[in-house]
Design a protein. Structure first.
Length: 230
């Protein structure tokens, strides 16, 4: 199952991974800059085989196939971030003709989502972390509104309806109205009419703490109908 986390820089996308169980999680660090919470090196490393610095899509696919074959204890695979994978590929393909490189990016994004949907069983949650972008639309009253969507380099993938692969697309929120810093990071699970947030009805509250361990627990229990471990 694909679970996407979408948001602006600094809004808590990577931080949402903090409470995942490292014994059943593999994180692909495509930014290759380390994780965003203190002490992560005690739990994630190349030696533990649960932390991989890689941003090549084909290699990531091969790693995922290997994880499924040889690491049955892994239940969560996080790719942080998909946006970096595509941006780096755009840079690598910069000498291609203009339209060709953006079409290639759209194809790559589509194929990666399709690969996960067609090859990874639902009881393994694959998390795609993505940046968002703001854009303007004109409503029926001819008023300009600001909407938010997944950021795709060149926007070619925007036209390919990648949302069809997602049962869950959660948006990060930094709530300045909260007096406690630790409570300001939240996840929105339903659309506000101006973004692409979505979740299966009845599984998640509309707004919840920025904690993917709790999100996955509810998805397993209420959507996948997998009983919580004793």
């Amino acid at each position: 199952m694909i679970l996407q986390i979408t948001g602006t820089p600094g809004s808590g996308k990577s931080f949402s991974l903090k409470n995942l169980n490292p014994a059943e999680t593999v994180i692909f660090d495509t930014d290759m800059k380390g994780l965003s919470f203190a002490g992560w090196r005690a739990f994630y490393s190349k030696e533990k085989k649960n932390y991989i610095c890689e941003n090549d899509i084909d290699k990531i696919k091969s790693y995922i196939m290997g994880i499924m074959k040889t690491m049955p204890h892994i239940k969560v695979i996080a790719i942080d971030t998909l946006s970096t994978i595509l941006t780096d590929k755009l840079h690598a393909d910069r000498k291609k003709p203009g339209f060709d490189k953006f079409k290639s990016l759209g194809d790559d994004a589509y194929e990666l989502y399709s690969f996960v949907r067609n090859n990874v069983p639902d009881d393994i949650i694959v998390i795609f972390i993505c940046h968002s972008e703001k854009y303007k639309v004109i409503d029926e009253n001819f008023q300009e509104q600001t909407h938010e969507r997944t950021l795709w380099p060149g926007n070619m993938a925007t036209k390919m309806n990648l949302a069809k692969f997602l049962s869950y697309n959660l948006y990060t929120i930094y709530d300045m109205n909260e007096t406690e810093e630790s409570k300001r990071f939240k996840l929105s699970t339903v659309s506000n009419g101006r973004n692409e947030a979505r979740s299966t009805f009845g599984v998640l509250p509309a707004l919840m703490p920025n904690d993917l361990s709790e999100v996955i627990k509810l998805i397993r229990e209420k959507d996948l109908m997998i009983e919580a471990a004793a």
